[in-house]
Ligand binder design. Structure first.
Ligand SMILES: Nc1nc2c(ncn2[C@@H]2O[C@H](COP(=O)(O)OP(=O)(O)OP(=O)(O)O)[C@@H](O)[C@H]2O)c(=O)[nH]1
Ligand SMILES: [Mg+2]
Length: 287
């Protein structure tokens, strides 16, 4: 059973609160990003395109491009990440145990992964168009101690989880596993893997858990700005091998992101709005 393995790795914590108005990062919106040079736009929107040139010809590219929406759809999805009086984006609550988990009806997506892999940073980047919503990140592993629920109007809920592995919360197993196994409206789990270091033992255990849960899940490769293309490609190919040979519920395409530089953030926003049924894609030929 996964929990028996996981308890060996564990420890938590993000604190979240609302703060006075902050400025929006210049790349937070795809509307602004698309004014850059076509090459930069391409790598911001579809980070894999930047790596493609370095890939061996024999590697099948389709596994990296199942979800490849049009710019029009990405722009449409982005609108849901702006808070307004009729579509409020806010921090709702935190939960330490299953009986503290709020009953919310909209479809939910959650972010899991090792401590320090960049879960809270990714959520912060996704919500960067609502800068008054503070999602705290930290260099210290084990920062997020509770499951934090963020509402995106009536469209969907995003849940930031404590990490597993080094300095994970002692009660991680009691807190997170029951949620992942039983939450009815959980439509996607996003499992984050650090692209600069590749799959670690704790990630393999998490993959095993996701397979056991049998819900659809997606791998997000974080911190792609932190290493060279050679290291990133080696880690990515190794990850794809494991996905191909050891998983059945994992979406075949990994999402590559840098929360610091906004690479891949617009694509992930679009994917989240798609899987939660919040938008209909105009061009579904490549999904
Ligand atoms: N270079 C780089 N650093 C990142 C990126 N994303 C996160 N980080 C850094 O990684 C560290 C951990 O980030 P968090 O977002 O707090 O990680 P977490 O997964 O939420 O960690 P826990 O809450 O402890 O489980 C911070 O110092 C971040 O600045 C990224 O895309 N690139
Ligand atoms: Mg965190």
């Amino acid at each position: 059973m996964f929990c028996l393995h996981l308890s060996r790795w564990l420890q938590p914590g993000t604190q979240v609160c609302c703060v006075p108005r902050r400025s929006v990062h210049k790349l937070a919106s795809v509307q602004k990003a698309k004014l850059l040079s076509p090459k930069k736009v391409q790598s911001l929107l579809y980070p894999f395109s930047e790596l493609e040139a370095y890939l061996d010809r024999s590697v099948d590219r389709t596994q990296f491009q199942h979800f490849h929406p049009s710019l029009e759809d990405i722009v449409k999805a982005e609108k849901l990440f702006y808070s307004s009086p009729s579509h409020k984006i806010d921090y709702y609550t935190s939960a330490e145990r299953m009986d503290h988990v709020p009953s919310l009806n909209p479809p939910e997506v959650c972010f899991i992964g090792r401590s320090n892999v960049g879960k809270s940073s990714l959520i912060k980047a996704l919500f960067s168009l609502t800068p008054e919503l503070e999602v705290r990140v930290s260099k210290t592993p084990g920062h997020t101690k509770k499951m934090n629920f963020f509402r995106v109007g009536r469209a969907f809920t995003v849940v930031d989880m404590p990490g597993y592995g080094h300095r994970a919360p002692k009660d991680f197993v009691d807190m997170v596993e029951p949620y992942l196994y039983t939450r009815k409206n959980l439509v996607r789990m996003f499992l984050l893997v650090d692209g600069s270091v590749g799959l670690q033992d704790a990630d393999l255990i998490a993959l095993e858990m996701c397979e056991e849960i049998r819900r659809p899940y997606v791998i997000v490769v974080t911190k792609i700005d932190k290493c060279g293309y050679g290291t990133l490609l080696t880690n990515l190919m190794n990850l794809q091998d494991v996905v191909k040979t050891h998983t059945t519920s994992c979406f075949p395409q990994p999402f590559l992101v840098s929360s610091l530089h906004f690479w891949g953030i617009y694509l992930l926003r679009c994917f989240i709005t798609h899987v939660t049924g919040s938008i209909s894609l105009t061009d579904t030929t490549q999904c």
